[in-house]
Ligand binder design. Structure first.
Ligand code: CDP
Length: 222
């Protein structure tokens, strides 16, 4: 049994985790279930990466990329190519820069502070963007399981990819996201770890709802 969305006071839910752990699908379903607005923060970094490419700026030039990030407009997010694999790789490269992260903080915090509550997913939501989030979930799965999921997804979209290549990309993305000095990927100390290696999306959703309901019940009795 999960909490009826109607009984819910405004809450902020932070969902973080590595590439292809299933956090996007999970976060969307959680947001729908609890009737909360949802922000996919990865899309912001993907959009910055795309604008950097269009402007011909070097992705390793922190100042240049930071300037692009400060000029990001909502219209830049409406681009179906941002969901693609290459956009994710580029996002991970520009996301290492402190200047880029600074430029995107305010927008994310304003979203999280909406009076009706919010669900945000990303890498540093529970640690940097919303350290006071009511519920924090860190979604993981082994690199092999994540690579298998991503490979199947890409093949489903007609892409000619191999599991070995995707596994090596997943590993290098993990290394870059966890090894960067600014806002590295890691669970907040008070995050609930949800390992989806053995769970399909329905089971992961039920497990996430159980965590959220438990946490909300604790908040109510305070
Ligand atoms: O779906 P997937 O995990 O592959 O990608 P995403 O969540 O859209 O994120 C793409 C890249 O953006 C990540 O590899 C991170 O480097 C970066 N990112 C970040 O640094 N901080 C966030 N809050 C969200 C994404």
């Amino acid at each position: 049994m999960t909490t009826s969305p109607l009984t819910l006071a405004p809450v902020t839910i932070a969902i973080d985790g590595p590439a292809a752990a299933g956090k996007g699908t999970l976060a969307k379903r959680v947001a729908e279930h609890y009737g909360l607005p949802y922000l996919d923060t990865g899309l912001l970094y993907r959009a910055v990466g795309k604008q950097v490419m269009l402007a011909g700026v070097d992705p390793d030039d922190e100042e240049g990329v930071g300037q692009v990030a400060r000029k990001l407009e909502p219209g830049h997010l409406d681009d179906p190519t941002l969901r693609g694999h290459e956009a994710g790789e580029l996002a991970s490269r520009i996301a290492v820069h402190g200047r880029v992260r600074e430029a995107l903080v305010e927008f994310q915090r304003a979203f999280a502070a909406r009076p009706e509550g919010a669900v945000l997913d990303g890498r540093d939501i529970g640690t940097v963007i919303c350290p006071d989030a009511d519920v924090k979930i860190f979604v993981t799965a082994s690199a092999e399981v994540r690579a298998r999921r991503r490979t199947d997804e890409l093949i489903g979209h007609g892409r000619d990819v191999t599991y070995e290549r995707i596994l090596s990309e997943v590993r290098s993305r993990d290394e870059r996201d966890s090894g960067r000095t600014v806002a590295p990927l890691r669970p907040a100390p008070d995050a609930h770890l949800l390992d989806t290696s053995e769970l399909d999306i329905e089971a992961a959703f039920q497990a996430a709802c159980a965590v959220i309901d438990q946490r909300l019940a604790n908040l109510e009795t305070r």
